[in-house]
Write a protein that binds this ligand. Structure first.
Ligand code: FES
Length: 147
């Protein structure tokens, strides 16, 4: 049994300890906001916050999450949208939307760690892939969210 905290709730997973976190979240916890894109750590659709770090959940086992604190897109905001989500809407950023939860989580982690990142720091933190081509709007949305 593997135990860690997901969205402020202690969870015990009775799964193979080598199960990727992505599948534990989606299949066992029904937290389907975290998306599967590639499964190889390239696209970033599966990014969650683990102890304040941006982590691709397809590439970390639940065993490696033991005792840690995981936050998914479902818990990013409670009573109102997170500033990053508000900025995403204001900048009309998403197109198909599939990869956006991972991108929003990466942006939220960046701004939590660095409230006023440089363009280079934004580019370094947001390494997600978006096949719709929304990349030109990422910096503007981050700039709006940091206000
Ligand atoms: Fe994890 Fe693409 S699904 S990086």
């Amino acid at each position: 049994m593997t135990k860690f905290t997901v969205n402020d709730r202690p969870i015990q997973y009775r799964m193979d300890p080598e199960t990727p976190l992505l599948w534990a979240l989606r299949d066992a916890s029904n937290l389907t906001g975290t998306k599967y894109g590639c499964g190889t750590g390239d696209c970033g659709a599966c990014i969650v916050d683990i102890d304040g770090q941006s982590v691709r959940s397809c590439r970390i086992s639940i065993a490696a999450c033991e005792g840690r604190f995981v936050t998914t897109i479902e818990a990013l905001s409670t009573d109102r949208s997170h500033p990053v989500q508000q900025a995403w809407v204001a900048e009309n950023l998403p197109q198909c939307g599939y990869c956006q939860s991972g991108l929003i989580m990466a942006a939220a982690v960046l701004l939590k760690r660095n409230p006023h990142p440089t363009d280079e720091q934004i580019d370094g933190a947001l390494t997600n892939l978006c096949r719709c081509g929304t990349q030109p709007r990422w910096r503007a949305a981050i700039r709006r969210a940091e206000k």
